[in-house]
Design a protein around this ligand. Structure first.
Ligand SMILES: Cc1ncc(C[n+]2csc(CCOP(=O)(O)OP(=O)(O)O)c2C)c(N)n1
Length: 322
């Protein structure tokens, strides 16, 4: 089992979280410019979950994501340019522009797809874990879903199957306290989510989803158990999305003060301060890192904008398995 080393996971995690934040923060502007058709759901504020989870995974492991899936995909190792091109619906995207933000898959690194159907990834990841068990290839699968997704019936079925068959699946609930505009207080009676997992015999853990170390260490243990044939785990990561549910969200369901309270617990700032305190980075290093990231994401956006839209005559190619 790996320990959290600030020089290793800390530095790698901070860099990746900052790159993902910059990527995600560009999306509302790109929507306003008309570069993104349809909706996208940025996850700024939630980076410690996907990055902490992915630091404990390998390329052969699978993830099944949800509608808020860019960070899951990028943290798993996707190329930023191809991801942005896909979100913009362009030919150089991972799915040649036909998947977009919510049907973005990257087979070579086990990204089984973002998904517009809330809760769908739960069944997909459980199926991938069954495939891994049948093949005996030692890979694990992760299902990402939100507090809203946790209310889908598929979770009960997946918990039970995974527990009785000891499937190598890790259920990751990103509890950001809202499902679109509905608060978790209004929608969930039993808000100690770990009790739901325990009720099905799935070892369940609650973590501070704004803390990369906590997410990583808990995930690493879950991966170890899954690879050892000991079955599923359920990780409940409490986190927060800073931006609206999607571009154009008026956010009348929450107070600006609440958003500010959570911004004060920012996972990126928290880890950055720690790295400075522990002498891993200086303020000058961070300035350089941020300038590099801004330039990198400028290039990412430029690449995507310059990529052509797919030709109309290719509308049905690569859509159905032959
Ligand atoms: C089956 C289904 N029901 C409803 C919707 C509409 N919808 C899209 S996102 C969303 C909220 C999901 O909330 P949560 O799972 O907590 O994820 P978050 O958006 O907070 O990341 C809803 C209800 C949908 N896409 N699919």
């Amino acid at each position: 089992m790996a320990e959290f080393d600030v020089k290793e996971q800390g530095l790698a995690g901070l860099t990746l979280m900052k790159r993902i934040r910059e990527f995600e923060d560009r999306l509302p502007g790109l929507s306003q410019e008309g570069e993104i058709r349809g909706s996208t759901h940025p996850s700024s504020g939630m980076e410690a979950v996907s990055v902490g989870v992915s630091l404990a995974l390998e390329d052969r492991d699978a993830i099944a994501s949800n509608h808020r899936g860019h960070a899951h995909t990028l943290a798993k190792g996707a190329d930023f340019k191809k991801t942005m091109a896909e979100i913009l619906g362009r030919e150089d995207g991972y799915c040649k522009g036909k998947g977009g933000s919510m049907h973005l898959g990257v087979k070579e690194i086990g990204v089984l797809g973002t998904n517009g159907i809330v809760g769908a990834g739960i069944g997909i990841a459980t199926g991938a874990a069954l495939a891994s068990q049948v093949k005996g290839d030692g890979s694990v699968a992760v299902a990402y879903f939100g507090d809203g997704g946790s209310n889908q019936g598929v979770l009960a079925e997946a918990f039970n199957l995974a527990a009785i068959w000891k499937l190598p699946v890790i259920f990751v609930l990103e509890n950001n306290y809202y499902a679109q505009s509905a608060s978790v207080e209004d929608m969930v009676a039993q808000r100690d989510f770990t009790k739901r997992g325990e009720a099905y015999g799935v070892p369940s853990f609650e973590v501070d989803g704004m803390d990369l170390e906590q997410v990583y260490v808990t995930m690493d243990k879950a991966v170890e158990r899954a690879r050892a044939g000991e079955g599923p785990s359920f990780i409940v990561a409490n986190t927060y999305r800073y931006l609206g549910h999607m571009a154009g969200d008026t956010e009348i369901y929450r107070d600006a003060a609440e958003v500010e309270e959570w911004r004060a617990k920012d996972p990126v700032a928290k880890l950055q301060n720690r790295l400075i305190e522990e002498g891993v980075l200086t303020a000058a290093d961070i300035e350089k890192l941020e300038a590099d990231i801004t330039a990198e994401i400028d290039d990412v956006v430029e690449f995507a904008k310059n990529s052509p839209y797919p030709a109309v005559e290719t509308a049905f190619t690569d859509v159905y398995a032959s």
